[in-house]
Design a protein around this ligand. Sequence first.
Ligand code: NDP
Length: 434
Amino acid sequence: IARNPHESEFHQAVKEILDSLVPVFEKHPRYRESGILERIVEPERVISFRVPWVDDQGNVKVNRGFRVQFNSAIGPYKGGLRFHPSVNASIIKFLGFEQIFKNSLTGQPIGGGKGGSDFDPKGKSDGEIMRFTQSFMTELYKYIGPDEDVPAGDIGVGAREIGYMFGQYKRIRGGYEAGVLTGKSVVYGGSLTRTEATGYGTVYFVDEMLRSKGLGFGGSTVVVSGSGNVSIYAIEKAQQFGAKVVACSDSNGYVYDPNGIKLDTVKRLKEVERKRISEYVKEHPTAEYHEGCSGIWSIPCDIALPCATQNEIDADAAKLLVANGVKAVGEGANMPSTLEAIDVFLSNGVLFGPAKAANAGGVAVSALEMAQNSMRYSWTFEEVDAKLHGIMKNIYESSVKAAREYGYEGNLVVGANIAGFLRVADAMMLQGVI
Ligand code: NDP
């Protein structure tokens, strides 16, 4: 804490991991002796840079860009870029730290990194978005490459932003290095199923948790927060599995539709027209819109899928969900539950799928995008979806197994952290003091 002052999100992410690793360090003192802990919490590299750009009125604007290259023990740094006004070093470090273990859990050869900017894409014209992303890439290109560091999207960064960044990278570097970014449009090297992967993967993971108790999505009531990339495809897969999704949100408020959310409307409003979720009720008058996004957790549901942002479920929201009978929570967003909220879920027997495991489907398919780019080949939607489903089952099983082995049967927070850690720690040990 003294070494990283004012980085509360980073401290929270590190505390969750370190608490889980106590039984590992007791059983295997070699990790302590080789200083793995001290090394793993220190990023290999932190890059911070100026991003100057000109808005539509001709004013010069300056934002701050970040890339944290956290750990490359098992592969090139891999992790998304977030454009949101709240972005700072603490948020990028927490995301990069989590990414190490998540990427390890996928079983693929990818290290951990994360980046972004405090740029706010809301209300910006297409031209402004392009000029900003080009300026951002004009600095970032020095540090990335298909075998070095492969960024992708996150909050505020979708296919449009990736496209502009890819174009700028190509202009500067020459050649055609398709594998330098993932989340590309399929017309120039993107992977089918990447858009759907995080949301679908979260639902596949929760489905495994439910099946272990003889339950399923069929006939259940589901609440999904957010209405961005992860939320939309979590809603889609939950509906395909027979659930009724009754609510979704954005940072201003939430929509409750007792008849079930009409996903076509949400997709058009959010993906095409880039409007607010409040517009939904104009087309579906039987639905209700409520100001304030946290109220969404007061809606009774069997399954809650927080898919918006960090710390969106605190202890009070968790208690409300429990009192209303929630059976399972799957984290589609990164760190959406506070440490206190997780305690509430675990101590009340709620099936809890932590972000590192439950939302790893996005980065897993990003790694499949890299593989396809290297092969100069592309798999069909069904092929990628089947691989994604298999990877999510494996992540579930390895988390269950690690939890059992270390005496925390059923605790997937501990299981995922340990399973993710062991692979990276062993790789670091084999590579000497690096
Ligand atoms: P998007 O930008 O597509 O969507 C984010 C959604 O969350 C929007 O509906 C947004 O509303 C809402 N939101 C953002 N900030 C807040 C806030 N402070 N309070 C309430 N709602 C908020 O991002 P993604 O769907 O890509 O990412 C969502 C989460 O999933 C993030 O935590 C991200 O790190 C995580 N994730 C994403 C992956 C991916 O593949 N995209 C992979 C793994 C994790 P508004 O429009 O009002 O801002």
